[in-house]
Design a protein around this ligand. Structure first.
Ligand SMILES: Cc1cc2nc3c(=O)[nH]c(=O)nc-3n(C[C@H](O)[C@H](O)[C@H](O)COP(=O)(O)OP(=O)(O)OC[C@H]3O[C@@H](n4cnc5c(N)ncnc54)[C@H](O)[C@@H]3O)c2cc1C
Length: 434
């Protein structure tokens, strides 16, 4: 097989420590299939996995490499919460829908785990536990209300609150007055998960074409034809799984206006000395805080700390953003205020108006799953499963995750100045939070 050309993965800790990629071809010539899937991230791979379990013929077409998008560059945290906490969900949607959403997120992490098991994926999957760290006392009270609702309404006693002293012991910082610990949340090596799942699907005979950007989508009476630079796929149905990297307007698919792609950036430190490392995340938990401009961090093998947060609104790589992130890292862990940084990279998440991802049927025979924000590691596995059911004609009730509330975002063309204004406002709110 000749070398396939695509844009390389960013220079991340994940790319530097990943298992070898399977040699996958680019699309050459014409092929027929039942379901064509555009996008070789978790959404596309998961949909293919669940379609294949039902014996449905499908192919994946990826512009770059498997996991090249957010799926190969994220924090690897499969968190058992949505962006909005359970008490806020109850206020906004009522008890019944909050209970359904709770069941769905448990299912999302279980589906990730069973997929890892089904394909024996070597991606360091473990239930490390995740702490939602409160930025101020108002957020702390909201987290306490979540614990109370889970215990009272779902008889779920697995989660617990940590006070400032426990946070200091387990996280290694005193900046948070407390946190919410769910020991069932999981962590993975994100690129190895994408690569392992792709290898498993490919071994099962599911074609995956890389280095093959789809440049046109043509609807005909019975088929949909996708064109790439060197081939064509004729399918009965199409799944769009391009998330924040969706730019299909010129192909006549208008999903872009329903999401806002937002950058998030990540640093990883050089190996910390055993003495320093022993003071930080001593129990191995993953952490996300409750800021509007969220920060997230975890310890990686070799005592490297991964620290992520806000990226550049315009999506450009910017030194300022990395410097800002470095200052936040130093504020969170003063002992690391002069630590050496080994890797830094950015990627895009897709934000929606209601902070939920959505899946559905865009028009006759064209399906999608999109808009995970920073919560796609678990939820892509769930939406891939639900979408595979929808493609087969099942009717699926996933509450707010269904497509019915998912319309174009008003004033979408002003999204960059709009997001800049919102980011400034959020920065102020986060600062004022006590
Ligand atoms: C830095 C970062 C940190 C994150 N951390 C976390 C975390 O810790 N926990 C969490 O839950 N979530 C996190 N996320 C979010 C999570 O990674 C995403 O929600 C998830 O990976 C989305 O997967 P996807 O398959 O839908 O999209 P992607 O993985 O982005 O895949 C989309 C793919 O579509 C391809 N594509 C686009 N256009 C075309 C075309 N025309 N033809 C063919 N292919 C095309 C792209 O090349 C890309 O590979 C993070 C994201 C980033 C960027």
């Amino acid at each position: 097989m000749g070398a396939v050309k695509f844009i390389n993965h960013p220079d991340s800790v994940w790319a530097a420590t990943a298992n070898r990629r399977s040699e996958l071809p680019s699309l050459k010539g014409d092929i027929d299939t039942e379901v064509a899937i555009i996008g070789g991230g978790y959404s596309g791979l998961s949909t293919a996995h669940h379609l294949s379990k039902s014996g449905i013929d499908c192919v994946i077409i990826e512009a770059n490499d498997v996991g090249w998008g957010a799926s190969g560059r994220n924090g690897g945290m499969a968190v058992l919460r949505y962006k909005m906490g359970y008490s806020a969900l109850v206020t906004q949607y009522g008890d019944e829908i909050a209970a359904r959403l709770y069941q769905l997120i448990l299912d999302a992490v279980d589906t990730l785990e069973s997929t890892v098991r089904d394909y024996h994926i070597d991606c360091d999957f473990a239930r490390y536990g995740h702490i939602t760290a409160a930025n101020g006392h108002k957020n702390l009270a909201m987290l306490e209300a979540d614990v109370a609702w889970l215990s009272r309404n779902r008889k779920d006693h697995a989660v617990s609150m940590l006070d400032r002293d426990q946070m200091l012991k387990q996280v290694g910082t005193s900046v948070y007055p407390g946190g919410y610990l769910d020991p069932r949340s999981a962590g993975i090596h994100p690129l190895n998960y994408a690569r392992g799942l792709a290898a498993g699907l490919s071994n099962k005979g599911i074609p995956i074409y890389v280095g093959s950007p789809v440049s046109s989508i043509k609807r005909e009476a019975a088929d949909i034809t996708l064109t790439t630079h060197a081939g064509r796929v004729r399918a009965k149905k199409l799944v769009i799984a391009t998330n924040a990297y969706t730019d299909l307007r010129q192909l006549g698919v208008n999903l872009s206006r329903r999401i806002i792609p937002v950058s998030t950036s990540v640093l990883t430190t050089a190996s910390l000395s055993p003495a320093l490392a022993s003071q930080i995340l001593s129990a191995g938990h993953l952490v996300t805080d409750t800021r509007h401009l969220v920060n997230y961090f975890r310890m990686l093998p070799g005592n490297r700390l991964l620290y992520g947060g806000r990226g550049d609104i315009t999506g450009k790589e910017s030194l300022d953003i990395y410097q800002g992130l470095y200052r936040m890292l130093g504020k969170t862990f003063p002992s690391l205020s002069e630590v050496a940084i080994e890797f830094r990279w950015s990627g895009k998440v897709a934000v929606t108006m209601d902070d939920f991802p959505h899946f559905g049927c865009l028009e006759d025979r064209i399906f999608y799953a999109i808009g995970y924000g920073g919560r796609g590691v678990a939820l892509t596995n769930l939406l891939g499963k639900l979408l595979a059911g929808l493609v087969q004609g099942e009717s699926i009730d996933a509450g707010p995750l269904n497509s019915s509330r998912f319309g174009p975002i008003p004033f979408h063309r002003w999204r960059i100045p709009g997001m800049q204004a919102i980011a400034g406002y959020y920065w102020l709110l986060d600062k004022l939070e006590r």
